[in-house]
Design a protein around this ligand. Structure first.
Ligand code: CIR
Length: 264
């Protein structure tokens, strides 16, 4: 395996529950259409699989409307998996639900000490460090508890600020390769990516910032032509996935999977 921050042997996803219609959202832009979401999700899983990764698709959890957004429930690193503690009370149970699946893969799952909150959507793992954004879902105590576990594995954690009105840190950025971050201007303006090469999403296409590098592919939500062109011109192998329904509940490409290489 090459770069551990984007070369992965595994992914875990979860089928969207029909209760996604009750999913959390900042503002009401319409109710997600479950059938359309299922189609988008299927296409997403197929693209992950096309890279050769083993992709496990878990059953829908109707009791948890946002459970399709598995990324928030755990942080998967090569050295181990850590159960997150979501700051959204309605999402707390999801972390416990997925813990069983992940500990079966990893052999064990690490628990955060204390009472802090942290969601996977606020954590960007790069080749050299872990960036963790404070947000309405993630607090300093949660980041400190994460730091305690991963520092023993040699990771440096940097606490940053998610812009006001933005759900998660990674709502506004993604990793493209060892040295490159795709970001909105409102996030990178804080200087938090100093030392990285930063490519900006086009103005008005802020929602394209929640993308993923997965093996050789960059997976981008459909509907952002300027950002797509920019990434193709920059040499990335881009795949587009419909995201209209997830977007109605503030979800994007990163939220829909946990990506990892356990015990390489
Ligand atoms: C929530 O508000 O928690 C969900 N409706 C969306 C979660 C998106 N997850 C992510 O960005 N990692």
């Amino acid at each position: 395996m090459g770069a551990k921050s984007y070369q992965f042997s595994h992914a875990v996803c979860r089928i969207p529950a029909s209760s996604i219609t009750d999913g959390l959202r900042f503002e009401d832009t319409g109710t997600p259409d479950h059938a359309v979401f299922l189609e988008h999700h299927k296409a997403y899983v197929e693209v992950l699989r096309s890279t050769g990764a083993k992709v496990t698709v878990l059953d829908a959890l109707e009791a948890y409307p946002d459970s399709v957004f598995v990324e928030d429930a755990a942080l998967c690193l090569q050295e181990g998996v850590i159960q997150m503690r979501p700051g959204a009370p309605s999402r707390l149970g999801e972390a416990a639900e997925i813990a069983g699946e992940l500990s079966a893969i990893y052999g064990t799952i690490h628990q955060l000490e204390g009472a802090g909150c942290i969601e996977g959507g606020d954590i960007l793992v790069t080749e050299t460090e872990i960036l963790a954004g404070l947000s309405s879902r993630t607090d300093s105590a949660g980041i400190a508890a994460l730091d305690k576990i991963v520092s023993a594995w040699g990771y440096r954690v940097r606490e940053l600020q998610t812009p006001d009105g933005v759900l998660h840190f990674k709502t506004d950025c993604s990793l493209l390769d060892e040295e490159t971050i795709l970001s909105t201007r409102r996030l990178s303006a804080s200087g938090c990516f100093k030392g990285y090469r930063v490519l900006h999403v086009a103005e008005g296409e802020e929602a394209a910032a929640n993308s993923i590098r997965f093996n050789d592919l960059v997976i981008l939500p459909d509907g952002f032509p300027k950002t797509t062109d920019m990434l193709v011109q920059a040499g990335y192998d881009v795949r587009l996935i419909g995201n209209t329904e997830a977007a109605k509940v503030d979800g994007g490409m990163s939220c829909l999977s946990l990506r990892f290489t356990p015990n390489p």
